[in-house]
Design a protein around this ligand. Structure first.
Ligand SMILES: [Zn+2]
Length: 123
């Protein structure tokens, strides 16, 4: 049986991390070790934190043991601060590195910026 047939018969529903190589899994453990070496995460009370899956990058609640998207086992080292609400920052007048292309009473169009890709929002 070829590898392709074996992969097809194992079912496409298997999460990607089940077929990670030992090198990929080692890289995840290395990344966690780097985080661990930095010590406890100093949490900003104004920040929002989530557990970012190392396998599929899905943000999860901080208290899950497994990713709710792919089932990859999570570790406390996977907790990260989530991006702030860039639209609120923009509306509040904070410089987020974006250029306001258009603004009226009902809408705002911005582009660029380190945090903002081309986006349109209405409020
Ligand atoms: Zn995941």
């Amino acid at each position: 049986m070829s590898d392709q047939v074996a992969a097809a018969e194992s079912g496409a529903a298997a999460p990607a991390w089940k077929s990670f190589s030992s090198e990929q899994l080692a890289a995840i453990e290395d990344a966690r070790a780097v985080v661990r070496a930095k010590g406890a995460l100093a949490r900003d009370p104004k920040g929002t934190y989530g557990l970012i899956c190392r396998a599929c990058t899905k943000p999860n609640s901080v208290d899950v043991d497994f990713c709710t998207g792919c089932g990859f086992p999570s570790q406390p080292e996977d907790v990260q601060r989530l991006p702030d609400n860039i639209f609120k920052e923009l509306v509040d007048g904070k410089d987020i590195g974006a250029v306001v292309r258009f603004r009226d009473e009902d809408s705002i169009v911005v582009s660029g910026g380190a945090k903002a890709r081309s986006e349109v929002t209405q409020f």
